[in-house]
Write a protein that binds this ligand. Structure first.
Ligand code: XMP
Length: 514
């Protein structure tokens, strides 16, 4: 079934994903594409989806910069409604004979907009509205043929409309919560202007995905690597439903997993009726990690060994198809959007090499964000602990040990991680952080244990809130909880003498330490 879709063109804005997610939250499917998509690429998309409207995202550039991202204006002749946000708003004015001036100073934060009545885009808004702005250049004259529908003290054209051509622009960001009625504006665009049907409900997609896998695998054998994470587990559960005994799931224990994780994976696979092979590869991975201190080299070593073990298993099974739990942000990071930059090479099961001889690759979750995968997982009856499990990096505890990995260090960080998890769970926080874990630093420090001086490791605690791991902020964990974590770590782990709490956001930091 073809779903109605809103296409978001990425001009490099940090809120690009947020726009797509807000639209999906309204049960309308949305995808992100590079800003310079051509009319023929758009036509290609129309074959898969009913593209009903286009949103041009914000971005950090000035339209007057030499390499400012451009729009193929022929896209505007498609007749589809278009909404420009921030940079998108300026670009429309610039390209359609309006006037944009370069910034004297940047405007950043909350502003008050004066809203004209009678516009479909701003229907339901009050004459004065709180909006959130972050821009340099300013539109002084709207595109030819359009009218101004909102102003602020600094922006004479804070929003415009060309009802005939169905082209709209807002200088502010409707997708962020600080714009009080931002959701109303997006809903006005997707339903009132584009006429989308709210036909994309994640929970209803299970049958579609199951049928999709069955059709793709064509009665042959398929294999999937279970990592213990929500993505591969959900893909595995869908595949098991689709092809039953023709599926073999391989779980490779690399010795870098969290406490009790291998047992939990086995239990889950059994409960879901997934045929699976458990490969104990702990010694092999440890051997490959010997002497390596550099994080990227660790990732590479782990990734390569993973492939080797997986290849051996695939050969035994004689599988023709490879099923993967790739999700939408994985594809964005690996370059379907030009504007995203890879900061770390993420080894996960999505990194298997093309040289592996499979007749095809099947990725049932490739259009979903993480929270959407969780909804599908609930529908499939995956255990609650699995559904709510925090993301865990493919290279596992290896990237939570700064420097060389040894079995002793794995033991320390695993135990510390279990304490963090226990205490956060016991604290009954209203909102659980997106991720919370311990890191074994390579710093040694002095302490007093009992009556004597001790010299041992510093453990760092990291807890962050995030929506999609692209940005994150450190969680304000109550001091009492942090104190219990610190006391338990220093009491229960002989080598640990000091515990520190990481208070950096991403950016400038990343979530993991390595
Ligand atoms: P960073 O540290 O880049 O992490 O802010 C963003 C998200 O990705 C996870 N992560 C990884 N996942 N392989 C993975 O599969 C990796 O090598 C890797 N490194 C980081 C991290 O846990 C966070 O959720």
């Amino acid at each position: 079934m073809k779903h109605d879709m809103i296409l978001v063109l990425d001009f490099g804005g940090q809120y690009c994903h947020l726009i797509a997610r807000r639209i999906r939250e309204n049960s309308v499917y949305s995808e992100i594409a590079p800003c310079d998509i051509t009319p023929s690429q758009l036509a290609g998309m129309q074959e898969e989806h009913n593209v009903m409207g286009i949103i041009l995202s914000g971005g950090p550039s000035s339209i007057y910069e030499k390499d400012a991202p451009q729009l193929d204006v022929k896209i505007l002749d498609s007749g589809l409604p278009v909404l420009g946000i921030c940079y998108g708003h300026q670009l429309l004015a610039h390209r359609l004979r309006g006037r944009v001036v370069e910034a004297k100073r940047k405007e950043f934060g909350i502003a008050s907009a004066e809203v004209a009545g009678g516009s479909v885009l701003l229907k339901g808004l009050s004459p004065r509205e709180q909006v959130w702005m972050s821009h340099g250049d300013t539109v002084l004259k709207p595109p030819e043929g359009s009218t101004v529908i909102a102003t602020t003290d600094n922006c004479p054209v804070a929003a415009f409309q060309d009802e005939k051509r169905r082209i709209y622009g807002v200088q502010w960001h409707p997708e962020v919560v600080h714009t009080t009625n931002g959701e109303t504006i997006l809903r006005n665009f997707i339903f009132g202007i584009c006429g989308c049907r709210p036909d994309w409900k994640v929970g209803d997609l299970v049958e579609q995905y199951v049928n999709g896998v069955r059709a793709a695998v064509k009665g042959q054998r398929a294999i999937i690597a279970l990592s213990g994470g929500i993505d591969s587990s959900t893909a595995g559960a869908i595949a098991a439903r689709a092809i039953g005994r023709n599926l073999t799931a391989v779980f490779i224990d690399n010795g870098l997993m969290r406490e009790n994780e291998p047992e939990q994976i086995s239990d889950m696979a059994r409960a879901l009726g997934i045929t699976y092979v458990h490969v104990d590869a702990r010694a092999r991975f440890l051997e490959k990690l010997k002497g390596i201190a550099d994080p990227e080299q660790k990732r590479k070593a782990i990734g390569n060994e993973f492939i080797r073990v997986f290849e051996e298993e695939a050969e035994k099974v004689g599988a023709r198809y490879l099923i993967q739990g790739t999700i939408y942000p994985d594809r964005i990071e690996s370059g379907i959007s030009k504007k995203s930059r890879v900061i770390k090479t993420h080894h996960n099961v999505g990194g298997l090499p093309e040289t592996m001889k499979f007749a095809g690759l099947v990725e049932p979750l490739k259009e979903l964000y993480k929270d959407e995968v969780r909804k599908v997982a609930s529908r499939l009856g995956l255990p609650k602990e699995m559904v709510n499990r925090q993301p865990f990096p493919g290279p596992g505890l290896a990237v939570r040990i700064v420097g060389e990995v040894t079995s002793e260090k794995i033991g320390i960080v695993r135990k510390a991680d279990a304490i963090v998890t226990d205490e956060i769970a016991a604290a009954g926080l209203n909102d659980l952080p997106w991720q919370y874990f311990a890191v074994l630093t390579d710093t040694k420090s002095t302490g007093v244990k009992g009556d004597s001086r001790s010299y041992g490791s510093v453990i760092a605690i990291r807890a962050v809130g995030s929506k999609d791991a692209m940005t994150a902020e450190f969680s304000r964990i109550p001091y009492g909880v942090l104190e219990r974590i610190s006391t338990r770590i220093t009491n229960e782990i002989a080598d640990a003498v000091r515990v520190v709490y990481d208070i950096t956001n991403k950016p400038p930091s990343t979530i993991e330490w390595e």
